[in-house]
Design a protein around this ligand. Structure first.
Ligand code: FA5
Length: 345
């Protein structure tokens, strides 16, 4: 019987040499090592052996089985390695190829879009674009604008102060840029200054603690209230169409004299009165007026020679009006579901 085991083992060796693919390998496995294969059948016959031969033959049988399985696995490994090599060759990657996957692209915030639009309009009328710091000195934010430390007008702009630095505030408006620009460029001057402002507000649909304004100023010889009204009407109509109505009403601002606040018809109710416009039909979008002589002096400009007007648009409000947004707080919320509606790159 030992010879029979040896014979089966040799036959397996011969069969494996001829195997060229996985299918024929499987056939060899079932023929020799399967439950009903040659080896299993021979092992069954061992039960007929006399007891004294059984032990010795059993050892040979087990040894043969191990060696046959090993031979089979070695052949199987050759196929495994070969297949892996083929796969690696097929999956070859050229790392120098440009990436074809489309990248997620962001877009401009609606406030930036309206700001860009207004910058185009104003620069086309000869205005320069100026800039100033968001963390501003109390001196530029209030004092130079004719609001001395004890003046009650400071109550209109409650803001955020820095602990231990009473002389520095988060700017409450873009008006301090008026002074900075006058000091830098002198007269005549045509400038706008868009930027972020901060106020300690009890927030609601129209008031946010962080919002944007767009400041503007024109200084020259002979500038009148009529020039101011003309410019502001151009802006209102550019923003909301030629049928837009604008009205000016007297309002006190310490840095202008006379001062006005400017309103346009409410986009939501078309002037009928609603929650957004507090049932008035009008939405306030800017403050404006003829530059106060004290402010011109602070800017280093002689009020006996030059006059001018200044205005401050609530840029955030302009955006609300343009897109029909009925809650200002959405704009600074950082909520992408909201912002994606305005995606223009
Ligand atoms: C000012 O801030 C003045 N500096 C504007 C000015 C400039 C007047 C030059 C005269 C000459 P006022 O506080 O009214 O004014 O704000 C101007 C605009 O900013 C308002 O019409 C409003 O549209 C917007 N605004 C003010 N507070 C908020 C707020 N909390 N949230 C959103 N928008 C606001």
């Amino acid at each position: 019987m030992k010879e029979q085991f040896q014979h089966i083992q040799e036959s397996l060796g011969e069969a494996l040499k001829k195997v060229e693919d996985r299918d024929s390998l499987e056939v060899v496995r079932t023929t020799f090592l399967g439950r009903k294969g040659a080896l299993a059948e021979l092992m069954k016959e061992m039960s007929n052996l006399p007891p004294e031969e059984k032990k010795e033959t059993g050892k040979v049988a087990n040894q043969t089985k191990r060696e046959m399985e090993k031979a089979f696995e070695e052949k199987e490994t050759i196929f495994d390695v070969q297949e892996r090599k083929e796969r690696v060759e097929q999956e070859w990657i050229d790392v120098t190829q440009p990436v074809i996957q489309k990248k997620a692209q962001g877009s401009l915030h609606p406030v930036t879009q309206v700001q860009n639009d207004l910058e185009d309009l104003f620069t086309s009328m000869g205005f320069i674009i100026a800039d100033g710091p968001e963390l501003e000195s109390d001196y530029f934010n209030f004092t130079t604008l004719n609001i001395p430390p004890t003046h009650p007008a400071r109550d209109m702009h409650d803001t955020f102060y820095l602990e231990g630095r009473g002389d520095i505030v988060m700017r409450t408006h873009t008006s301090p840029v008026q002074i900075r620009t006058m000091r830098e460029y002198g007269a005549p001057l045509r400038m706008i200054a868009p930027g972020r402002c901060f106020r300690n507000e009890a927030t609601d649909v129209r008031h946010e603690h962080t919002f944007h304004q767009l400041e503007g100023m024109v200084i020259d010889k002979g500038i009148t209230f009529g020039h101011m009204k003309g410019v502001l009407e151009i802006v209102a109509k550019r923003l909301y169409g030629p049928e837009t109505k604008m009205r000016l009403r007297p309002k006190f601002y310490p840095f202008v004299e006379p001062g006005v606040n400017g309103e346009v018809t409410c986009f939501l109710c078309k002037g009928k009165g609603c929650r957004l416009c507090k049932k008035t039909g009008w939405l306030e979008i800017f403050g404006a007026g003829m530059v106060h002589p004290n402010v011109l002096k602070e800017g280093g400009i002689n009020p006996e020679v030059y006059t001018g007007f200044a205005f401050g648009f609530g840029l955030t409000r302009l955006v609300m009006l343009k897109y029909g947004i009925d809650d200002v707080r959405l704009l600074e919320s950082g909520d992408l579901r909201f912002l994606k509606q305005f995606s223009v790159c």
